[in-house]
Ligand binder design. Structure first.
Ligand code: PEP
Ligand code: MG
Length: 584
């Protein structure tokens, strides 16, 4: 049995077969190579074969000693195929004889070989065509410019299979949502990437930064995924499978025990009520929200309505999507965040894209203010939906007070327009802003003076404060919600809200992580917004906590002089009624 390790970003256990998502399936083009360039075409081909050979040797040399002998012999077989004259030399003759380009010559040769294997009676030999295809694909990858590569679609029904991919985009995650995925594992990625966030809100086990996952895991291979510990077990034996089935049942039991808290109010031991709100991406997420009886929606990430399509949804489609949620929530609050496209959340829309440094570029409110045509349609749809319940409008990624004023101007214009058209809306709809850029947190008092509520987006606040790209696995190790600078910005924002007398929520992943609940309560946070799957565990902690005690302890944590001491203090803060080991 082989074990791979990565960063567990969504807990739970899945036992299932792998679906290895290879994005690089190549569409081979045919073209005629002029006589004068035949030699360099041959050279291009031999270099690609050499590179493939080098890659295979590298893989073989890095197979851990504990891996089964088959892992090494699998690579050796590929090396043998690659060195065979049928692959390494026959295409060269075709390039010279037919003036074919290297890719086409290789593809033609491999099609002939595969046809021969397919004729074979012996199933073992017939299966060898898979190895030939994989070797040819590897050489093609070394030949073809990455921009010419086609993309393999995700199958319609995954039947509980585990997706193994180099990386997955949030758009992929939306697609996977509806296709029966059992878990996913990626070579790259970080714990607060939007893809990881979606995994948690879906309640599917997920592990990122498993370097080499796509290299070591074969299609249809049986796997165990332990999403909490970040462990992938390949080819587990019956005993291990039974052990993990037992653990999965234990997790399920712990979840069911929490179910009895669904109907209790989130009130602390000393009688302080805390709002537990839900984060959603699409109207379909409502089921989870209703299951845990959330007090409302603290973050509706509307950008997901704009993904997987060429044209943005029109006003009517957006209105329907918003009003569906507003109606379902009855009188409960629904915080609709305006479009936060950009950085790792790409849409295929015809809006400007920066390739250099997208997280610092035209994202969220910046993009919306630059594209008022797009923005106004959304604002109109949200205002119209506000007539049907308790809508709050929230602006993402504010870094400058002027952005607030510009959004207010647009809202006033639209309100006048709606009045003229006799369309109703909530004239008192609260306008809030996300505090997720350090500049906004430092000046939270200035924002609090003009807004009706604030919501701390710790995912971006941590990314921008600590200068760590949230999707870059090489800097994952620096991700730390307890970094003193992050905590000071959070405390400052909560304080600014208190002084101004406006509510302050938190809707980043930190709000749904039981490790930080007691500290945040101690800092004065009273609105937590999270994926519904996390809510009952957080409620349990609130029910068992006495907030007046936590305030003193939180103040001590804020005074801690070094990070190690700070982490230890948080551990002791959680020690008494800390989160259950299994669900954390
Ligand atoms: C955040 O940044 O914390 C947040 C909630 O917004 P998103 O994760 O969508 O960027
Ligand atoms: Mg954000």
């Amino acid at each position: 049995m082989l074990t791979l390790h990565g960063k567990g970003v969504s807990g739970g256990i899945t036992i299932g077969r792998a679906f290895v998502l290879r994005r690089e399936r190549i569409k081979v083009q045919e073209y005629v190579v002029p006589h004068a360039f035949i030699d360099s075409e041959v050279e291009r081909f031999t270099q690609a074969v050499d590179r493939a050979r080098h890659q295979l040797r590298e893989i073989r040399d890095h197979i851990p000693g504990s891996a089964p002998a088959e892992a090494v012999s699998f690579i050796d077989t590929h090396l043998l195929i690659l060195n065979d004259t049928m692959i390494a030399e026959a295409p060269i003759e075709e390039i010279r004889r037919n003036q074919w380009n290297a890719e086409y010559a290789l593809k033609a040769q491999s099609d002939r070989l595969i046809a021969v294997f397919e004729q074979m009676e012996d199933p073992y030999l017939r299966n060898k065509k898979v190895d030939v295809t994989q070797v040819v694909e590897r050489v093609l990858q070394n030949l073809v410019n990455p921009f010419e590569r086609g993309e393999e679609p995700i199958p319609d029904n995954l039947g509980g299979r585990v997706i193994i991919a180099n990386d997955l985009t949030p758009t992929d995650a939306v697609v996977l949502k509806n296709r029966g995925i059992g878990a996913f594992v990626t070579n790259l990625g970080g714990p607060i990437s939007h893809t990881a966030i979606l995994a948690r809100s879906l309640g599917i086990p997920a592990i990122v930064a498993v370097h080499g996952a796509t290299r070591y895991v074969g299609n249809e291979e049986l796997l165990i995924i332990d999403g909490k510990r970040g462990v992938v077990l390949l080819a587990p034996d019956a005993e291990i499978i039974n052990e993990y089935r037992r653990r999965a049942r234990k997790i399920e039991r712990a979840r069911r025990e929490l179910d009895i808290l669904r109907t209790s109010e989130a009130v602390s031991q000393d009688g302080v009520a805390v709002q537990l709100l839900a984060n959603i991406e699409l109207p379909e997420d409502l089921e989870g929200v209703q299951e845990v009886l959330a007090s409302g929606i603290g973050l509706y990430r509307t950008e997901f309505l704009f993904m997987n399509r060429k044209k943005p949804p029109d006003e009517e489609e957006q209105f329907e999507a918003y009003v569906k949620v507003v109606r379902a929530l009855g009188g409960r609050v629904v915080t609709i965040r305006t479009l936060d496209i950009g950085a790792d959340k790409r849409a295929d829309l015809d809006t400007p894209v920066s390739v250099a440094n997208p997280a610092l570029s035209l994202r969220a409110v910046r993009l919306c203010l630059q594209e008022p045509g797009l923005f106004k349609v959304q604002l109109r749809a949200i205002l119209r939906a506000s007539a049907f319940g308790r809508v709050r409008l929230m602006i993402p990624m504010l870094s400058n007070l002027d952005e607030v004023f510009r959004v207010m101007d647009l809202i006033h214009d639209i309100q006048d327009e709606l009045r003229r058209q006799g369309i109703t809306f909530d004239t008192k709809m609260p306008l809030g802003g996300m505090i997720e850029v350090p500049a906004a947190a430092v000046s939270a008092d200035l924002f609090a003076a003009h807004l009706d509520f604030l919501s701390i987006g710790t995912n971006d606040l941590i990314q921008y404060t600590l200068a760590i790209d949230r999707v870059d696995d090489t800097v994952n190790y620096l991700y730390d919600p307890l970094h003193p600078s992050v905590l000071r910005l959070i405390a400052r924002t909560i304080e600014a809200g208190r002084e101004q007398g406006i509510p302050v929520a938190m809707c980043g992943e930190m709000a749904g992580d039981p490790r930080y609940t007691r500290l945040l309560l101690g800092l004065g946070l009273r609105e937590f917004s999270m994926h519904p799957a996390a809510m009952l565990e957080i409620k349990k902690i609130i029910l068992e906590s006495s907030l007046c005690e936590l305030e003193g302890l939180a103040a001590e944590i804020m005074r801690a002089k070094d990070s190690r001491k700070l982490h230890l203090l948080v551990d002791s803060l959680n020690a008494t009624d800390g989160p259950s080991e299994e669900l954390a």
